[in-house]
Design a protein around this ligand. Structure first.
Ligand code: ATP
Length: 332
């Protein structure tokens, strides 16, 4: 019996969470879901969007599955997602991106991994309003965080039989901040010489090359903001946000969370694609050592997707979240 924190989030979060829980339950794996709420509704009742109980639950269980929580745009509370990553020091954000059979995209050879620094950069939330006409934000980059994320990327490459790590910055313009990130990357890369290839690319050039020839890339390591933007782009390369998985990993805890947001435009309509969260759960089960169950779920999911008869609207189909969920369960 595993104790796992489950944050169902808001928007489409509860629908896709219920789908994933139902699929895992159908495998008979025993999980005690420690359900924790967070976000705007919680802030109204408990005063803060991310109460200490949520953090304590993850610290106790070490593992969480998290659906998206809406972040108010331009005003309101700080992102629960960002806060959680900082509170638990989940410094590595892993976003693998590989073509899935049955999902048509312009490329059929995408197999890359985005490793995003998760705690600093413009996401540190150090902003100040100077006047009605001026606001400043601090782009925080430290040697410690840059070195550990690049090391993490190289270690990931070694363990997962990857060949190359590419450091992505805009160090020609942000000479001190991205320059420091790059300096750390070069330092770390020296230790892996002969084992893992290393190269560098500017983020704007990367974006162009990704949409022209994504197979050029293997493991990408980026500061926080570029990592966020580039991983939405790479999600687009394999069929969109509905199928893009992710994980936030620290020394003690891991929170498995899809790339996409709460998709308020399709909330409560039974239209959401649970694939991204399900793939997060698959990775979570592998992380727990439940490889056989994880493989069973993955096989069932890929079988439904490759047959292509039952698919959600984001993938060009007409099936509901429930129909898609039931089709996966029938394949288990
Ligand atoms: P955030 O800034 O919170 O990460 P975002 O800007 O990435 O959010 P999303 O909430 O992810 O935005 O939604 C972007 C678009 O993708 C919306 O049109 C949404 O409906 C669609 N989308 C996102 N996730 C899914 C999903 N799981 N299934 C179907 N459509 C989705």
């Amino acid at each position: 019996m595993y104790n796992i924190t489950l944050i169902k989030g808001d928007g489409i979060g509860p629908e896709i969470s219920d789908s994933v829980v139902k699929i895992i339950e159908a495998t008979n794996l025993k999980i005690n879901w420690d359900v924790q709420s967070a976000g705007a509704d919680v802030a109204e009742i408990e005063g803060v969007p991310l109460p200490q109980r949520v953090i304590d639950s993850i610290k106790k269980n070490k593992v969480a599955l998290k659906a998206p929580v809406t972040t108010p745009i331009g005003k309101g509370f700080r992102s629960v997602n960002v806060q959680l990553r900082r509170e638990l020091d989940l410094y590595a954000n892993l976003r693998p991106c590989k073509n899935i059979a049955g999902i048509k995209t312009p490329f059929d050879n995408v197999d890359l991994v985005v490793v995003r620094e998760n705690t600093e950069d413009l996401y540190a939330g150090i902003e100040e309003k100077i006047s009605d006409d001026e606001a400043h934000g601090i782009k925080l980059i430290t040697r410690k965080s840059s070195t550990r994320i690049v090391e993490w990327a190289f270690e990931y490459a070694l363990k997962n039989n990857r060949k190359k790590v590419t450091a992505v910055t805009k160090a020609n313009i942000c000479k001190l901040t991205d320059g420091l990130f790059l300096e750390c990357a070069r330092e770390v890369a020296k230790k892996y010489e002969g084992k893992i290839e290393y190269n560098e690319v500017l983020v704007d050039a990367l974006c162009m090359q990704l949409v022209q020839n994504p197979s050029k890339f293997d493991v990408l390591v980026l500061p926080n903001l570029y990592g966020d933007i580039v991983s939405d782009l790479t999600a687009g390369l394999i069929g969109g946000l509905g199928v893009a998985q992710g994980a936030n990993i620290g020394l003690d805890c891991a929170v498995f969370e899809p790339v996409h947001g709460s998709a308020p435009d399709i909330k409560g309509q039974n239209l959401a694609n649970p694939t991204a969260l399900l793939l997060c759960a698959v990775e979570m089960l592998k992380h727990l050592g439940e490889v056989e169950v994880a493989n069973r779920i993955e096989k069932a999911l890929y079988s439904v997707l490759s047959e292509g008869k039952i698919k959600t609207r984001d993938l060009g189909g007409t099936s509901t979240t429930d129909e898609f969920t039931d089709a996966i369960i029938a394949k288990l």
